[in-house]
Each structure stands twice: as C-alpha cells, then as structure tokens.
Design a binder for this molecule. Structure first.
Ligand code: AMP
Ligand code: MG
Length: 340
C-alpha cells in the first residue's frame, strides 16, 4: 500500500514511485491513479503479469487492455505503421485521456491484445502514472482497477472495495480529475473511427480528424453474435446491482416519474434536486457535463447502499464529454432507456 501521505513528501514520493516500479518490474500488479480512472497496471511485456490482471478483475479474455506509455520512443516499441493523422492527434492530445488503436509490433504480451493484430496505446496526463512508467522503464498495460462489470474506480476506496487482497499494491493518488475513461479511436481503419467516447470529445477530435466516424456500438446495443470493434463495448458494464433505468426528459417530467414511485432512487442533476421527494444522489449540473463525468461512477457505486428496488438516472446531453457519460450510463442500465 502506498498512501497519499507518503506521496506528498518529496523523499517519500521518490521511494513510493520506486517501490511501485519495482513490484511492476518483478511481475506484480499495482493499482495506480490516472487522470481518467484508477488503472490496474502490469508490465505490457510480461504475459504472466497480464494474466494476473485478467484474473484479479475477472475480465473476459477477449477484452484487450490499453498500454500506457510515457514517451514517443515507447510508442514506437509497441506500435508500427502509425499514420500521420494519428501522430498529429498524439501531439495534440497527449499526455491526456486519448487512446489510439494501432498496428502492433508484437513486442507486447499476446494477451494484452486479446488475439487482435492491433494494440491500444495512450500517454496518461497524471504525474504519478508518468513517473511510475518512467521509473519502471516499461510500457504498462492498465485496464480500470475494478472488478469487471462494476463501476470504474475514481478514488482509492473504490479500488480497495473491489480488489483488496487480490493485487500487490495501491498507489493512493486522491480523486481522479476526469472521472470517465479515455476516448478510444481506431486508426487501423479509414476513416479513423471513435470506438469509445471519453475524456477527449468527438468535437475536439474533429478539429484534427474531420473525417472521424463514430462506431454504432457507442450508442446502441450490439446484436447477439455481432462483431464489435472494441470488445469492451459489448459487455453490460459499470452496473450497480439496483435495477437501473436511464431516463431522457425535462426536469419536470423526470420528477413526476420518480415521485410516483416511493420505493425508487433517483440519480439526478443539482437542478432536479428540489423537485424530487424520493431518495436521491446528485451527480452534477445538467449544463456542465464535466461535473457529471467526475461523479458518475461514485454515484453508481453509492446507489446500491440506498437499498431501493429501482433507480432512475436522469440522462445527460450527448454533447462534449456528455457522450461518454451517456455511453457509460446506457451500459450501467443494460440499455434500458425511458424517453418521457
Ligand atoms: P479499460 O481498460 O477497462 O478502460 O477498457 C479498454 C477499452 O479499450 C475496452 O473497451 C477495449 O475493448 C478497448 N481496446 C483495447 N485494446 C483494443 C484494441 N486493440 N482494439 C480495439 N479496442 C481495444
Ligand atoms: Mg474498464
């Protein structure tokens, strides 16, 4: 366990980073903070260590991992035939919540790519994460540090709740800035395709890649046996245990629906709050999607503790980072949407 206290003092900070790097170099698995969500890191070159990550999370074997790097040299170690547009995006959005799917060199462990010919790569915008990658000297494969299917972790307590006893260490880096995972774009197709919305918005990407398309799986439920470009998108995901519904509609109509059912909980906007008389969790402001991204996973974790039979979640707009929040909520609700 590497605590926040240790990380605040400069000498201890260096020790903590060195300790995390040592565990990773010896084939261990460590939860680390990033600007998106906490990641469960392992050496991208170590097949056995990667298998431990899949085991600890209970992650389906066909869902590949994102490789985290700290330099362009590392990018060239893991990916090849990189198109100019991808390099342009890397220059613009790295370090940051932006992942590129590229052709792989074959240096990373086979199970990182879960059988695909491609590898997903990003440079995180979090000092602790970058310092750990630099200190270990290797790219780190790091999916979100949660049990597969549950909401992604945005504070160390979420990681502890899911993975305590199953992993070698947690580096405590406080709350994650953004709160939802990175945007995933495939550059292995022409035009490039957004596979998962995230911290970098489609609008931002289109300034550099005007021809960008958005994969159907972002906003719709894949049909049975349909091939999904980003395997992570096909699972019910981020889900609370409470039976949850995503609700599109005005504050008035949302309140009317929720207030009619005493036994339900609401995950709502600050703007809804005073109209709602059942148990509620406010997850941010309706017109500020960043606040919603920041709190959405905590809200999904908290809703189960209310002990309600059902939860209604007020849907955000699909603008900006709202698209990423909507995409996560759609899966959290197993695609059950109510349009008022
Ligand atoms: P997570 O690590 O939990 O944030 O999930 C990583 C996401 O990236 C999942 O949706 C994966 O399916 C996706 N991903 C990782 N590698 C690839 C790849 N080579 N091709 C397409 N999608 C990928
Ligand atoms: Mg995940």
């Amino acid at each position: 366990m590497i605590t926040e206290k240790l990380l605040t003092d400069e000498e201890n900070y260096k020790k903590s980073i060195a300790e995390a790097a040592k565990i990773l170099n010896n084939g261990g698995i460590v939860a680390i903070p990033t600007e998106t969500v906490y990641g469960l890191a392992a050496s991208a070159y170590d097949e056995k260590a990667i298998k431990k990550v899949f085991d600890a999370k209970g992650r389906p074997q066909d869902n590949p991992l994102i490789v985290h790097i700290s330099s362009i040299d590392m990018l060239n170690e893991v990916a090849c035939d990189i198109p100019d547009t991808a390099l342009k995006c890397a220059r613009k959005f790295w370090p940051g919540p932006f992942t590129m799917v590229l052709h792989k060199t074959g240096k990373t462990a086979e199970c990182v790519s879960a059988g695909l010919d491609t590898v997903a790569v990003r440079m995180p915008g979090n000092k602790i994460a970058i310092d750990i990658i630099n200190e270990s000297g290797i790219p780190l494969a790091a999916p979100s540090a949660n049990v597969s299917g549950s909401p992604s972790p945005t504070v160390p307590a979420h990681v502890q709740a899911d993975l305590d006893g199953k992993i070698d260490a947690i580096v405590f880096g406080g709350e994650c800035d953004i709160g939802v995972e990175s945007t995933v774009v495939s550059f292995c197709c022409n035009p490039p395709r957004l596979l998962r919305p995230g911290g970098i918005t489609a609008e931002q990407l289109r300034e550099t890649v005007p021809e960008l398309t958005v994969d159907k799986a972002v906003l719709s439920e894949p049909e049975k046996n349909q091939r999904v470009e980003s395997p992570g998108m096909k699972y019910k995901h981020y889900a609370p245990k409470t039976d949850s519904y995503l609700v599109e509609g005005s504050a008035e109509k949302f309140a009317e629906l929720v207030n009619a059912d005493e036994s339900c909980a609401a995950i709502c906007f600050a703007e809804d709050s005073e109209k709602i008389h059942t148990q509620k969790i406010v997850y941010g402001n309706c017109n500020d999607e960043k606040t919603l991204a920041h709190a959405v996973f905590s809200a999904l974790r908290r809703v189960d503790s209310l002990g309600c039979g059902k939860a209604y979640i007020h849907a955000p707009s699909k603008e900006g980072i709202g698209l990423a929040v909507y995409n996560r909520l759609l899966r959290a609700c197993a695609f059950k949407v109510i349009k008022l």
